[in-house]
Design a protein. Structure first.
Length: 397
């Protein structure tokens, strides 16, 4: 009796499908949180299915892919978040608020495993940058329709959300241009930077501008210290040639009496009052609005939305324990990136590591004046950028 034909191996096809879904996520992230999260969830499910088909424990595979040094701080942050929710006055509501936080971290682990080697990861990075440039072009049409006073938001609903996305993708585009395998000859990448920069200006978001400047410093420094002159020249160009509303926002950096600066200070004071009342575990994820009114600074007349500072917000919501584990994630990544730079080969690998380093620095600086981590669009792109940074290293590293 003839032998039965072998059953086709579906593992590789599942993994190719996961790669395609990650690409779809990267392309959708600058446009739609719904589409990006949908593709992200499908990528996670496909990845788990591929692990099960290959009889590889999914959790063990993920831990090997990303550890060390991020597995421990990520798990510690997750544990601190759950503990904060369990200690909250409204446990069910606090636990429900954690529903969207697992996806960026899950995608981080999957991308670290699936997007190696660096040449492959660089293609995904360029795809995200290209999508960001298209999103920026659409945002600039809002300036044409509404005038230079209008703060563009693209398809993301709010100018602060768009600014967080543009910050991360703009820094990654700069890193690819300076260090990538195609370098400064990469004309499409250079062209993509133009709408990203223009839309970043037209969001009129000062935290974006400051975050980009700080994130760009190590890139220019590592590339050629003389290129640091680009930053003051860019500032002069903005002050001289940008539309009047943009210039006014730029000049307001020096205005300590600016009303938005004072509002932030009042919110930070109120947030610190919450921390003093709930020091270890905070008010609970998403529960700050329930307790903030009784702790608010009396000078704060603005209706509460958030505290305009990632660190104060995290401490008020999840306590000092949650803040410490959250900071640990990014401190561990930055230490890894700095230590890895010299042994990272030139070309796409250094572009990825430099882009991730700049993105994290820019995010943290911008997050001193805005709760950009609360935007899922920004958080998922941030972890995607960090994963690309890990893909700069060989698998055995």
């Amino acid at each position: 009796m003839p032998a039965s034909p072998p059953t086709p191996e579906r593992g590789p096809s599942l993994e190719r499908a996961v790669d395609a879904l990650i690409a779809a996520f990267a392309a959708a992230a600058p446009f739609s949180i719904v589409l990006a999260q949908g593709f992200g969830v499908l990528a996670v499910l496909g990845w788990v299915a591929s692990r099960l088909r290959r009889r590889t424990p999914a959790v063990a595979s993920a831990a090997r892919a990303a550890a060390p040094p991020l597995a421990l701080p990520l798990l510690a942050f997750a544990a601190a978040s759950v503990l904060s929710a369990l200690a909250a006055d409204h446990v069910g509501a606090a636990l429900y608020q954690l529903k969207s936080e697992w996806l960026p971290i899950a995608l981080f682990w999957i991308c670290v495993e699936r997007l190696r080697p660096a040449s492959k990861a660089a293609r995904f990075a360029r795809l995200a940058v290209a999508a960001g440039a298209l999103s920026a072009l659409y945002a600039l049409t809002q300036t044409l329709r509404h005038g230079a006073e209008y703060r563009v938001h693209g398809t993301l609903g709010h100018y602060m959300t768009l600014s967080g996305v543009l910050l991360l993708l703009g820094l990654f585009a700069l890193a690819l241009l300076l260090f990538g395998a195609r370098g400064r000859r990469d004309a499409p990448l250079a062209l993509a930077l133009l709408p990203l920069a223009a839309a970043a200006l037209m969001t009129q978001t000062r935290s974006l501008w400051l975050g980009f400047a700080v994130g760009a410093v190590p890139l220019f420094w590592l590339f050629d210290k003389r290129t640091l002159l680009v930053l003051p020249l860019a500032v002069v160009a903005v002050l001289m040639f940008a539309p009047e509303p943009v210039r006014q926002r730029a000049f307001s950096f020096a205005d300590l009496a600016d009303i938005t600066v004072n509002e932030r200070v009042y919110m930070w004071v109120g947030g610190l009052h919450v921390v003093a009342a709930h020091p270890l575990t905070g008010a609970g994820p998403g529960q700050l609005d329930r307790v903030y009114p009784e702790h608010r600074d009396p000078r704060d007349e603005k209706e509460f939305t958030h505290l305009h500072n990632n660190f104060v917000q995290m401490a008020a919501e999840r306590g000092l324990l949650g803040l410490a584990t959250w900071v640990w994630i990014f401190a561990a990544f930055l230490v890894h990136a700095v230590r890895s730079w010299r042994r990272t080969p030139p070309g796409d690998a250094r572009a990825l590591l430099g882009g991730a380093l700049a993105a994290v620095l820019g995010f943290l600086v911008a997050g001193t004046f805005e709760c950009n981590y609360r935007d899922s669009e920004v958080a998922q792109l941030l972890f995607f950028a960090m994963a690309l940074g890990y893909c700069a290293q060989p698998e055995e590293a």
